[in-house]
Design a binder for this molecule. Sequence first.
Ligand code: ATP
Ligand code: SF4
Ligand code: MG
Length: 319
Amino acid sequence: MQETILELKNIKKHYPIKRGFLKRSAGFVRAVDNVDLSIRKGENLGLVGESGCGKTTLARVILKLIEADSGRIIFRSNDITALSNRRMRSIRKNLQIVFQDPFSSLDPRFTVRNIIKEAFIFFPDWDKNKIESRIEELIATVILPKDSLGRYPYEFSGGERQRIAIARSLVSNPELLILDEAVSSLDVIVQAQILELLKDLQKRLGLTYLFISHNLRIIRKICSQVAVMYLGKIVEKASTEELFNNPLHPYTDLLLTAAIKFKAEVKKEISASTDSFGGCCFYPRCNLRQHICKQQEPPLKELSPGHFVACHFPINKKP
Ligand SMILES: Nc1ncnc2c1ncn2[C@@H]1O[C@H](COP(=O)(O)OP(=O)(O)OP(=O)(O)O)[C@@H](O)[C@H]1O
Ligand code: SF4
Ligand SMILES: [Mg+2]
């Protein structure tokens, strides 16, 4: 079995809600609520859930762009939870992220060459020639012509801009790449091309992906494991094949069968989740709920090898 690269233990991140003229505290949004997850080397873990369920917050906590309220982040057997910014620098090399919207993440005032060059902050002793040849190598790696380097972000299509963002994320030879809705804004054909590129890079560079998306169809194409998130909690985790063939959580079943159009509804429930409600987070929407679900939060339990679910009455569609 491959070694574990990243382990999250009991991660919690709650945001205070301020209301009214005096900005009084009116509770918390439980953006990430006691999340346990681990990713093994070479594995692609898909993190799926509706808008607002806490996916980006979790990614930012992993990268230590924001501090978790509690819990532990263990990267390659090192507890990085409390590392200072300075000591985090050498770790950050190994942990990179690509965001959804390459237009806002690429500075429009810079040429592609300068955009990629910025990421060489990790290699302060490299000279100009070494940097230039590495930039050329990276632009070829993401299958863009060399003359792209002298052009500006607005001169590229969405898919090409995402290739530039990926090239930049590879500068430091990361081990774990977090892709946060990285193909969501692209049309289906370009999406497929970027997914192919990611698979190819993985084979060649030995990368590991945490692939965040609200779209299970995309997750299925690239991930070997899937974690389903709902209102800050992981409610189900299994191999991709197992999750698609045998979903156990009512929410996963809903994701698989229904078209998702819930943004407003989720917001409504997030405010519900700010109450000190001790039961199952999915209770308000669940067709299978019973009295106990409102009173006791279901723990994430391993029901069959590698298949975890947090539900008192898991569904089982197997004959
Ligand atoms: N800085 C912040 N301050 C207060 N609340 C925040 C902050 N960032 C996120 N939130 C809230 O935390 C919850 C989780 O947000 P997050 O961006 O992590 O969700 P997401 O799953 O990435 O959503 P999307 O699919 O839309 O990107 C949301 O209710 C959001 O409004
Ligand atoms: S614990 Fe109860 S309310 Fe929650 S998902 Fe399971 S059946 Fe539904
Ligand atoms: Mg997000």
